[in-house]
Design a protein around this ligand. Structure first.
Ligand code: SF4
Length: 528
């Protein structure tokens, strides 16, 4: 549904801020692609854009693709912004630029909802999820688009049911410019891991869309040109297990109908390994990757952070189970925990070798506002506000030792030979468990063949000829070519190339040690 009962017409400029380059956004691989410039379409802002009154002209700009120009600001009557903590500086910068044109600027999304005090210059703060605050914001801008005399704070008390959410306005975004498509089925998570702000922001009882909404969104994404993969951004895909089971038959049906043109991926807790009925449905629905917040292989640390559910199945066994359903595991890892010892880094590297997980997002612990961790560290006087640091936590181990450990892990884990060996393992042990979709017209289409040829040309030229890990690359690539595994070659290198280059910068201190750190670096990311 949309906001209704508004007569006045207003032109709204929705601006999504740039990301600071980070481990999980794959910037270093964009030059290998066919014109990708950003990670995933932002769900929140596109949802708001779709909810605005039908007669309001809306312009959407993702500043990861192009910056909002003077012409955009002159066109607009008000500006809407949304983003995460890591984009805080960029959001405040958008506000400053909009104010230069005397425009009212509203901010919503997870960062302002947790920390309104980060955004003193904005005219409207939209706190919480879509609901009565959204209607009030739209009504105020409709009545008078000029800047209010003082900041107006609107808090959602009555949330709009997700079953009433409109399809995000994917048509406003240049979907082909994104590394992955994105979609959301549920919001919230029943667990309470100490460091996580999801239960505080979105609740412990997951809210849901209907399966029909999801298949309609997938249709729309296809119409808008999405190719390759679509990522379920749900905080925990099995936060409500029954809902996951309800959705899967619809996804399977949709894949059959459309010829399996999209591979799916999601985030879920590792105890999904105990749910063969969900895993076999996911396999049929063509899920190829699953992100699990393993955080640490140390059971004592998992208990201390209230993530005991990771131990419901022994971790290695759980990873193997997921691999046996054709799903490659991506793992979140945290260093800097109170339970860490000087040898924690070495244990992590042993875990990586044993698990054969190619992609692990290794971050330093960061205390996010509105989390039990934040409250505890505040009580213990261990929060440090210093933008020169990579974490706001006063670790038990000396800060320099923890950062050194992180850099050493990044350097070792992402040596090209080691990383490609882990992909070799996945190709041998995991991918054969995936279903083989029947050949589709789309697969044989000229568009698809041309895309494959473009990616191969870029990979061979930029990695195989100009790259500086040619020996490891060709060892891996020649095996793939000999076995006709072209798709595996492209898929692995598109991810591996980013990891290798990013980790190399990280290991010499040119990238942030936390995805949440707002510390600015001078590291150059290819802007091709
Ligand atoms: S399981 Fe994941 S989403 Fe849920 S509280 Fe823990 S870290 Fe957050």
């Amino acid at each position: 549904m949309r906001a209704e009962g508004i007569e006045t017409v207003r032109r709204i400029l929705c601006v999504f801020p740039r990301y600071t380059p980070s481990f999980g956004t794959f910037e270093y691989s964009y030059p290998l692609t066919d014109g990708v410039q950003a990670f995933m379409p932002p769900q929140g802002l596109l949802l708001i854009a779709a909810y605005l009154p039908a007669n309001w002209p809306v312009r959407f700009i993702d500043e990861n693709i192009r910056a909002a120009t003077a012409e955009d600001f002159k066109w607009a009557e008000a500006v809407f912004v949304s983003g995460m903590h890591i984009q805080r500086q960029q959001m405040n910068d958008i506000c400053r630029r909009a104010h230069a044109f005397d425009l009212a600027v509203a901010i919503g999304g997870p960062s302002v909802s947790a920390c309104p005090e980060y955004y003193p210059s904005f005219d409207y703060l939209h706190i919480g999820e879509m609901g009565d605050a959204t209607n009030e914001l739209i009504a105020r801008v409709a009545r008078d688009p000029s800047r209010p005399e003082q900041q107006v704070v609107l808090k959602t008390a009555d949330r709009l049911e997700m079953t009433k959410f409109p399809i995000p306005a994917y048509e406003l975004a240049d979907i082909k410019r994104y590394f992955l498509g994105s979609i959301q089925y549920s919001s919230g998570c029943p667990y309470q891991c100490e460091f996580c702000d999801i239960p505080g922001l979105y609740g412990r009882n997951p809210r849901l869309k209907t399966p029909q909404q999801i298949t309609a969104e997938l249709d729309r994404l296809l119409e808008c040109g999405v190719v390759g993969s679509v990522y379920f951004v749900d905080d925990n895909f099995i936060g409500n297990r029954k809902a996951a089971l309800d959705l899967l038959p619809h996804l399977i049906e949709w894949q059959k109908k459309t010829g399996y043109v999209l591979r799916l991926s999601c985030e879920a807790t590792l105890n999904i390994a105990k749910r063969p009925e969900i895993l076999s449905g996911m396999r049929e629905a063509f899920f190829g990757t699953i992100f699990c917040g393993i955080e640490t292989p140390d059971p004592v640390a998992l208990k201390a952070m209230h993530k005991d559910h990771n131990m419901m199945v022994p971790i290695m066994e759980a990873i193997k189970t997921l691999n046996n359903y054709g799903m490659e595991v991506v793992s979140g890892i945290i260093l800097g925990l109170d339970t860490d010892k000087p040898e924690t880094g070495q244990h992590l590297l042993e875990f990586i070798d044993a698990s054969q997980i190619p992609l692990l997002t290794i971050n330093l612990l960061q205390a996010l506002p509105q989390t039990p961790l934040w409250d505890r560290l505040k009580r213990e006087n261990r929060l440090i506000e210093d933008e020169g640091r990579d974490s706001n936590v006063d670790f038990r181990l000396p800060y320099e030792d923890v950062v050194r450990m992180w850099r050493a892990c990044m350097k070792d884990a992402y040596q090209p030979g080691k990383l490609l060996e882990r992909y070799e393992y996945q190709i041998r042990e995991t991918y054969p468990h995936r279903i083989t979709p029947p050949p589709s017209r789309e697969q044989r289409s000229w568009r698809n063949i041309k895309l494959g040829l473009t990616l191969l040309r870029n990979i061979f030229w930029k990695v195989g000829v100009l790259g500086d890990y040619k020996r490891e690359f060709w060892k891996f690539a020649l095996r793939r070519l000999a076995r006709g595994e072209i798709e595996h070659l492209i898929g692995s290198i598109l991810v591996a190339h980013h990891l290798i280059l990013y980790a190399r910068d990280a290991s010499v201190g040119q990238q942030n040690a936390s995805n949440y750190s707002v510390r600015l670096r001078g590291a150059a990311v290819p802007a091709e």
